[in-house]
Write a protein that binds this ligand. Structure first.
Ligand code: UD1
Length: 423
């Protein structure tokens, strides 16, 4: 079991580069199997989740090559044959479920196990399945295994009861090769959906309206391979902005798309953070007094749930009372227990966290309970003088590429240790 040892309290400086977005590259990798051709993905982030979805594709006999020297991923689904997905891989990561839409679209059938992933809520897949059923798929679920088939998917109108990111992506991929027109109403509007539509349109697809709540997919007969570079990771960028604020440091973050991060940036402005934006470079000066604020997580363009734990750490050190309402996931306050170990004063009332600012965190031994919870703990540990340890960092490796190298470049003292003894 690996853990991070962090000596906090040091001011950080210099610059940090944001990687490509985890939530963009995962559906894009799944979409490559819509064609029997080679796709090349540039600037892929070294993430555990990327390895898992590549392993899912390899288990289907897709040829996947990671060229680490040139930072490109080559994926060729020409010889794909097996349609049965490994239960272990699907359970390891919820996003593996994204191969369902493309598999069904290209081969007319798939067998898949119910997905796993971060432990932040029930995360059902009913919207994915209802949408696929509307497109003409027959679905049967037995012992946690989903069997799904459709001789040919047929375009139709689908209304999503909630703008689910994963369901929107699965249905876009399913509709890409369907007969006729598929219209998704109340679709998710995240920038990663737009990136997926750009990718599929580059393959020869015909998708309009991505980024709005109505997406129109005109099914095409065949798609071809392309070369694509995913968008920057807006959550990684936001995490580094919160890091500058919590460590009272001034450093530059390279690779930020302001448009994708408006809700987060406006909350930072509301707190009084000093931010200078120049194209895709953002200089953050955290050496300022911050004000308490109220946050409510919402689907894009609202405040992203994936930034909620990091803001919880930051607001813990802001004098006064702040609140965070979590509306997306029902169990996304697990980091509160760990932040309390570090001295935070946070109370939970159903889906509302009330945060009373404290002066500083106490260095502690804490556990990353999920990906963004882990990021929140890194921020807290870097903010306080003394040595902290964070265990279960495999969660952090799922979504932050080379995090300790990037942080050390900024002057942080963070070390990865392999520890056989539990703490
Ligand atoms: C994606 C992101 C994740 C982010 C989340 C919300 C990826 C790989 N992951 O996850 O980082 O936190 O969006 O922005 O892109 N729901 C249902 N039925 C369904 C599907 C979802 O009820 O069939 C519910 C979920 O339980 C949850 C809410 O909808 O409460 C949002 O889930 P969804 O948007 O689907 O998130 P993911 O695609 O899993």
């Amino acid at each position: 079991m690996q853990k991070f040892r962090i000596k906090g309290g040091l001011p950080l400086k210099g610059e940090v580069k944001v990687s490509s977005a985890k939530n963009s590259i995962l559906p894009i990798i799944a979409a490559t199997i819509l064609c029997d051709d080679e796709c090349i993905i540039e600037n892929f982030p070294m993430l555990e989740d990327v390895s898992v979805i590549c392993d899912v594709l390899k288990s289907l006999n897709v040829n996947v090559q990671m060229d680490n020297d040139n930072n490109i991923l080559k994926i060729d689904g020409r010889n794909m044959d097996s349609l049965n997905l490994s239960e272990d891989l699907i359970r390891k990561m919820r996003a593996s479920f994204l191969v369902l839409g493309p598999l069904l679209s290209r081969f007319g059938k798939a067998r898949i196990y119910m997905p796993g992933g971060c432990n932040i809520g029930l995360r059902p897949i009913d919207l994915h399945l209802k949408g696929l059923e509307a497109l003409g798929a027959d679905i049967s679920i037995k012992d946690g295994c989903v069997d799904i088939s459709a001789r040919k998917l047929k375009g139709t109108n689908i209304y999503l009861d909630f703008p689910s990111v994963g369901a929107t992506e699965n249905l876009i991929m399913a509709g890409a090769l369907a007969d006729g027109v598929t219209i998704i109403e109340n679709a998710a509007k995240e920038p990663e959906i737009v990136d997926l539509a750009i990718f599929i349109n580059g393959m020869g697809g015909d998708i309009e309206g991505a980024g709005s709540s109505k997406i129109v997919i005109n099914g095409v007969k065949k798609l071809k391979g392309i070369r694509h570079m995913p968008i920057y990771d807006r959550i990684e960028a936001g995490t580094y902005m919160a890091l500058a604020a919590i460590t009272k440091s001034k450093f530059k973050i390279k690779g930020v798309n302001e448009d994708h991060l408006r809700a987060v940036i406006s909350k930072f402005y509301e707190m009084g953070l000093d931010i200078t934006i120049n194209g895709t470079d953002v200089l953050v000066n955290g050496n300022v007094d911050l004000k308490p604020i109220n946050i409510k997580t919402l689907p894009h363009p609202g405040f992203p749930t994936d930034m909620q734990p990091q803001l919880m750490s930051l607001l813990s050190l802001v004098s006064g009372t702040s609140t965070i309402v979590e509306t997306i996931f029902e169990n996304r306050f697990m980091h509160v227990m760990e932040l309390r170990r570090m001295g935070a004063n946070i109370s939970i009332h159903d889906r509302v966290a009330v945060i009373e600012g404290i002066e500083k965190f106490i260095p502690s031994r804490v556990k990353a309970t999920d990906l963004r919870a882990g990021a929140a703990l890194i921020l807290a540990a870097l903010s306080c003088e003394g040595e902290s340890e964070i265990t279960d960092i495999y969660h952090i490796d799922r979504g932050y590429s080379q995090i300790e190298n990037k942080l050390r470049n900024l002057g942080a003292e963070i070390f990865r240790l392999t520890d056989k003894t539990s703490i």
